[in-house]
Design a protein around this ligand. Structure first.
Ligand code: 6GU
Length: 267
């Protein structure tokens, strides 16, 4: 997978040299290029922002440096494969005004051959850049959640890590992708290591039993309990088709009821 990141703070993206993503780059599984949008400024002061039309606080990123930076990314882009549905690369624009990023979207993006991230700063990028870019990219404004960051760089670190780890070969043991939070719509079960008794806190007895069926059931119940308590909206309306009798009992004791084959939060 090829990933290009455009930013006026390219140093922020240095973290992509580290850990699993850094190793995946060394192995050639991920090709990540970072470009400084300021290199595409038109004046000797390398200006990338200006005051907003219509007034208001803060500054807006000028369109022309962005267009030239995006064009520079396309110059090196591989030719579209024959039969590929839409040859335009995906252009992710991090913004608190975008659609919310989640694990299902991460899986979709992991199938793409080329992702481009355009990190805005200040009050954002002149909207016409997004209109102009539609012809060349599949433009997607994306938010991490309902809070405000100063710029897209930290959001891009999160998204590249979430997507990159789903690219085959990046995570050594693919089974670890199957068991984690959100892969089955539930939060992850709690984990423990040695010692079995620590500062007066014991590990749940069943985990020491060697009874694999009982352990799997215990973990599933913990997932349901946790999800009901911390993220009840994830369970509300969920089908009960894949829940066992004892799973249902756990959900019921955590405040849910079964009606017409779905879980519903009790008032
Ligand atoms: Cl993706 N960008 C910015 N600037 N702020 C955010 C965000 C993204 N997601 C949540 N807040």
């Amino acid at each position: 997978m090829r990933i290009d990141v455009l930013s006026i703070f390219p140093e922020y993206l240095a973290a992509l040299d580290l850990s699993l993503i850094g190793k995946a780059r060394q192995k050639g599984l991920l090709h990540i290029g970072v470009r400084d949008v300021r290199d595409f400024a038109l004046d000797r002061h390398r200006t990338v922002d200006d005051t907003p039309y219509g007034g208001g606080a803060g500054m807006v990123m000028k369109p022309e440096p962005w267009a030239q930076a995006l064009e520079s990314v396309l110059e090196g882009a591989p030719e579209a494969q024959a039969g590929e549905a839409d040859p335009r690369p995906v252009l992710i624009v991090p913004s608190p005004a975008g659609r919310v990023f989640d694990q299902a979207f991460a899986y979709e993006l992991a199938e793409e051959p080329h992702l481009v991230f355009a990190c805005g700063r200040y009050e954002g990028i002149d909207e016409r850049v997004l209109d102009w870019a539609q012809e060349r990219f599949r433009v997607m404004p994306v938010s991490l959640g309902d809070y405000v960051l100063n710029g897209g760089e930290v959001a891009v670190l999160a998204m590249v890590e979430a997507v990159g780890r789903l690219v085959p070969g990046v995570v050594g043991n693919p089974l670890s992708l199957v068991e984690e939070s959100h892969s089955d719509g539930l939060l992850e079960y709690p984990v423990y290591t040695k010692p079995a008794e620590w500062r007066g806190h014991a590990v749940p007895e069943v985990l020491l039993s060697g009874n694999h069926a009982a352990i799997a059931e215990h973990r599933r119940h913990e997932q349901l309990r946790r999800t009901a308590e911390r993220r009840p909206e994830l369970l509300d309306g969920r089908s009960t088709a894949d829940l066992s009798r004892s799973d249902l009992e756990v959900a019921e004791s955590a405040g849910f009821a079964e009606a017409d084959g779905v879980l519903t939060r009790r008032a």
